[in-house]
Structure formats: structure tokens, C-alpha cells
Design a protein around this ligand. Structure first.
Ligand SMILES: Nc1ncnc2c1ncn2[C@@H]1O[C@H](COP(=O)(O)OP(=O)(O)OP(=O)(O)O)[C@@H](O)[C@H]1O
Ligand SMILES: [Mg+2]
Length: 313
């Protein structure tokens, strides 16, 4: 059913248990509005690619349901596939063809009207115009990624899935590619779902993010609202060791809440208006000596580390 009022993506209790028993996705639910840029954040093996696979009909769900632009991915897979495009973690370009030939091939597969015009438009948008007549094998990694995104856009999809679009790129090319996605976002014709490990990327590009951990969504909201849960200020206390026991002490003393966490030898403590001196005094009272102390605003990294770190298990 094509429903103009349907969300771009609607996921309810979606799950995937692979043959052999790996529960990659364990009942996730979320909606993505049209024109929204939605991020799935999570560590390796969290279930991000499996989720993208189910939404793009290449992986069959074992529980729940999902609709893209109103089409059920299991009951109406062809219609669901026609409204979306995906850029996979692995490349699918034909390296022996030129940039233009790669785009033409895709345009033919999708029966794109006025393909030449569309290709020129995309090349301009992605900064590929000068490169189009060269073989894709001569493109740099970043140029290839841009061509890959161009390929996905040729068919004028309502929905674009980007699975770790910037992984393995050097910082400059990564920044360039982020500009490309930001430009797509500003045109807001296309709904984008992207997966990433890079929190700065999510912060910059995404209207909302879902933090995925071991197949479940453990937080969902705008980057700003997720950060706000940790308050205005946090203190990061690096110790020579024994961060876990220091955190237990701070909790026992009523100085740390449930939202404090450790990463390696560092205790990260949202202050919620309490002076950081209280935490430091409690730590020295136990004979522990901080190696370094930093007070700063919470970042999305803090949210992510708290939710996907050891403390959760
Ligand atoms: N075809 C498969 N058969 C069995 N298990 C699989 C299969 N594909 C993925 N898995 C497992 O499902 C879990 C989730 O994998 P998935 O690729 O969805 O994670 P991811 O979040 O994309 O990770 P990464 O950040 O490393 O790309 C992992 O434990 C993985 O080993
Ligand atoms: Mg993946």
C-alpha cells in the first residue's frame, strides 16, 4: 500500500535470528519521518547491517514487521525495493567501467528516465563531474565512495540507506563525504538511514539516532536530547587503575548515579549540579589518586560509551 502519509520507515518488533542461533536483532521498533536523517549507532556486531538488510529486503526477518514508504518488506518486497537504494559496507562498483558507465548501468537497471541528465546532476552534487570519464579503478577511496553514493541516487530513491559510508577513509575525504551527505540532507527530498561508529558524524548529520547494543535499541532521540540526559557538565577522572572500584565507592557515597560509567582506567561522572570537588574528595579519601581530571560538557560519545560499555552487561 502506497500511503503518502506513511512514515518513510516504520519498524515494529523487528527481529532476526540467523540459522545457527545468533540473535542479531532482538525486537526493535522505531519510525523515521520523511526527509529525516536517522542514524543507527552501535559497536561491531550490534545488528546494524542486519537491520539495513531487512529494511532493504535482502535479509528475511524472523520476527516483527517493517514497512518502507508504506510497503511491507516481507509481503511487498518488490515495491519496497523500488522506493529505496542502499550503499553497502562492501563496494559493488564495476572497477573496469568508467564512472559514467557505472552510473549508466545502474540507470538502465532501474529504468531511469532522462538518465543522462540525472547522471550529470548527481555528478555535480557529488563533485564527480571531472572524474566521470575515467575508469573507476583509478578513483581514490573517497572518490569511489562518492561514486557509490551516486549510483544509489540515480534511481531517485525516496529512501537512501548508507551502511558505514565513511569507514576506512582518511580524515579529509571523510569530511568531504560528510559534506555530501549534509548537502543531500539539506535538499531533504530523500530520507536517509545511515549506520556509523563515528559519533561526530552522527552528531553532525542525524536528526535522530538510535543507539543499538546487542540487537536492541538502548536509546533513541536527537543527539542533543541524548546528551541532555547526562546534564550540563561531567567530570572525567583518570586513575592509575581501579576505576571500577572507585566508581563503586562514588556510588556508595551517593556521589555517582547510575549514569556514571568507566572506560578503562577512567571514571566518567555526570555532575548534575554537584561540584566536581566532592567527587575528587571522595576518591582521595579512599587513598586513590587521579592522574588527570577534566571537567567538560557531555558529548554523544559519553552517551554511547555509557550505553554500550561494560557496565551494561
Ligand atoms: N549470515 C549470517 N549468519 C550468521 N550470523 C550472522 C550473519 N550475518 C551477521 N551475523 C551475526 O549477527 C550479528 C550482527 O551482525 P551485523 O553485521 O548486523 O552487525 P553490525 O552492527 O553491522 O556490525 P559492524 O559494525 O561490525 O558492521 C553478529 O554477531 C554477526 O556475527
Ligand atoms: Mg555492519
Amino acid at each position: 500500500m502506497d500511503d503518502v502519509h506513511a512514515p518513510a520507515i516504520s519498524v515494529a518488533g523487528l527481529g532476526k535470528t540467523y540459522p545457527g542461533g545468533v540473535e542479531a536483532v532482538r525486537g526493535i521498533s522505531f519510525d523515521v519521518a520523511r526527509g529525516e536523517v536517522f542514524g543507527l549507532l552501535g559497536p561491531n556486531g550490534a545488528g546494524k547491517s542486519t537491520t539495513v538488510g531487512m529494511l532493504t529486503t535482502s535479509i528475511r526477518p524472523t520476527a516483527g514487521s517493517a514497512r518502507v514508504v508504506g510497503f511491507d518488506v516481507v509481503a511487498e518486497p518488490l515495491a519496497a525495493r523500488l522506493v529505496s537504494s542502499v550503499v553497502f559496507q562492501e563496494t559493488v562498483l564495476d572497477r573496469s567501467l568508467t564512472g559514467r558507465q557505472n552510473l549508466e548501468l545502474h540507470a538502465r537497471l532501474w529504468g531511469v528516465e532522462r538518465a543522462g541528465e540525472r547522471i550529470d546532476e548527481i555528478a555535480a552534487l557529488l563533485g564527480l563531474s571531472e572524474l566521470l570519464e575515467r575508469a573507476a579503478s583509478t578513483f581514490s577511496g573517497g572518490q569511489r565512495r562518492r561514486l557509490e553514493i551516486g549510483r544509489a541516487l540515480v534511481s531517485r530513491p525516496e529512501l537512501l540507506f548508507l551502511d558505514e559510508p565513511t569507514v576506512g577513509l582518511d580524515p579529509r575525504i571523510r569530511a568531504e563525504l560528510l559534506d555530501v551527505v549534509a548537502a543531500l540532507r539539506d535538499r531533504s527530498e530523500t530520507t536517509i538511514l545511515l549506520t556509523t561508529h563515528y559519533l561526530d558524524e552522527a552528531e553532525r548529520l542525524c536528526d535522530r539516532v538510535a543507539v543499538v547494543h546487542e540487537g536492541r535499541i538502548v536509546a533513541l532521540g536527537s543527539p542533543r536530547s541524548l546528551r541532555a540526559e547526562l546534564g550540563d557538565e561531567i567530570v572525567e577522572i583518570r586513575l592509575a587503575g581501579g576505576a571500577e572500584s572507585a566508581l563503586r565507592t562514588l556510588r556508595a557515597d551517593g556521589i555517582a548515579n547510575e549514569d556514571a560509567f568507566t572506560v578503562g582506567a577512567t571514571v566518567t561522572l555526570p555532575l548534575h549540579g554537584r561540584p566536581s570537588a566532592d567527587a575528587l574528595a571522595a576518591i582521595s579519601a579512599r587513598g586513590l589518586h587521579p592522574v588527570a581530571v577534566t571537567t567538560r560538557e557531555p558529548t554523544l560519545d559519553d552517551v554511547y560509551l555509557r550505553l554500550t560499555g561494560k557496565e551494561m552487561r
